[in-house]
Each structure stands twice: as C-alpha cells, then as structure tokens.
Design a protein around this ligand. Structure first.
Ligand SMILES: NC(=O)c1ccc[n+]([C@@H]2O[C@H](COP(=O)([O-])OP(=O)(O)OC[C@H]3O[C@@H](n4cnc5c(N)ncnc54)[C@H](O)[C@@H]3O)[C@@H](O)[C@H]2O)c1
Length: 169
C-alpha cells in the first residue's frame, strides 16, 4: 500500500490534505515541527495516521522517515510575508533549507513524486488579474523569493535526479 507523507500536516492546509487522504483509507505520515501547526487540527481522523515531530530544516536523517513513500505533499513552511520581512533568516531556514533537506532525502529514499505548495507571492505586486502560471516571477518579499526558490529546486530535482515534482500556486 503506498504511503503518503504530508509535511506541515498539522497546519491549516496540510491537515485538510491529511483528512482527505485518511478518509480515502490511505496510510499517512505527518512530519511537522508544530511551530504553527496544532495536534488538534488532526482530531477526528487519527486512524491510519502516524504523526512525527520533525524539523525539516535541521533533521539530519530525514531519509529515515521516507521509507516506502510514494508521494510527499510538501506544505511545511513559515507562511508569512510579514515574518519573512521581520526575520528573513529564520524564514529562509524553514522555507528554503527545509525544502532542500526534504528534496535530497526524497531523492535518496526514491520517493516517486513531491507536490509542493508554492504561492502567488512569487508574482510580487503585479496588478494583473487573474494571475496565470506563464506570468514572470517577480517576488518583492523574502517569503515570495523563498517560495520561488522552492519551485526552481523542484524543477531541478526533476531534471537532475528524475524526482517527479509539481508546484502549485
Ligand atoms: N494559507 C494560504 O493562503 C497559502 C497561500 C499560498 C501558499 N500557501 C502555502 O501553503 C503551505 C501551508 O500553509 P498554511 O496556511 O496551511 O500554513 P500553516 O502555518 O497553517 O502550516 C504550516 C505547517 O508547517 C509546519 N512547519 C513550519 N516549519 C516547519 C519545519 N521547519 N519543519 C516541519 N514543519 C514545519 C508548521 O508547524 C505548520 O503545521 C505553506 O507552504 C504556504 O507557504 C498558503
């Protein structure tokens, strides 16, 4: 049976992904450092879910959490423009170093696919609506830049290592 990992699975969006997978009867591992996520977000659908407290940016053996994993939904981040402006280093550590550590571990564990939560913040202050994926990236905050670096690394891990990746804005 394929195993799904949801990073940031105790957060707002991640917990809904966990719930949807759980209701389908899938086996789900949550990796979260609980910086903004809460265990209460996962109440009501705990069965089949393995919740592990892990910091993606600093965990040296992330690969050990990815054995037999088919797909990773990568939601973990410090998802705040204002926090990235106030403290760009902490935000970079979670959003860029955490993503890189995860991608290397996914490559090494032979994960099939990573689905990455990017953000419309990569478009900066472009007034064009609706936004389309072919519009150029032009971030104006550290957060927007970090989300865009994540997208670029997703593409590079496909090209360099054959790891399937999808970025969603
Ligand atoms: N909510 C939105 O409107 C929105 C819009 C665009 C993109 N996104 C992206 O979607 C994702 C989820 O956003 P959200 O609104 O659910 O945020 P959230 O803060 O509710 O969830 C983020 C989760 O990541 C965890 N986390 C943070 N740093 C971590 C680390 N280093 N290691 C492990 N876990 C870590 C937090 O504890 C939390 O559970 C983020 O990547 C965000 O950038 C969100």
């Amino acid at each position: 049976m394929p195993v799904f990992v949801v990073t940031g699975g105790a957060g707002f969006i991640g917990s809904h992904i966990v719930e949807a997978l759980s209701r389908r009867g899938e086996q789900v591992v949550v990796l979260d450092n609980f910086s903004t996520g809460k265990r209460e977000n996962l109440t009501g659908f705990e069965s089949g879910i393995d919740v592990r407290e892990v910091d993606l940016a600093s965990e040296p053996r992330l690969v050990d959490h990815l054995a037999d994993v088919d797909t990773v939904f990568h939601q973990a981040a410090i998802p705040s423009v204002s926090r990235s402006v106030e403290d760009p280093l902490t935000s970079h550590q979670a959003n860029v170093n955490g993503t890189m550590n995860l991608l290397v571990a996914c490559r090494d564990a032979r994960v099939r696919r990573v689905v990455y939560a990017s953000s419309s913040s990569v478009y900066g202050d472009s007034p064009t609506l609706p936004k389309t994926e072919d519009m150029p990236a032009s971030p104006i905050s550290p957060y927007g830049a970090q989300k865009y670096f994540g997208e670029v690394y997703m593409q590079v891990f496909w090209r360099a290592f054959g790891l399937e990746t999808v970025s969603l804005r």
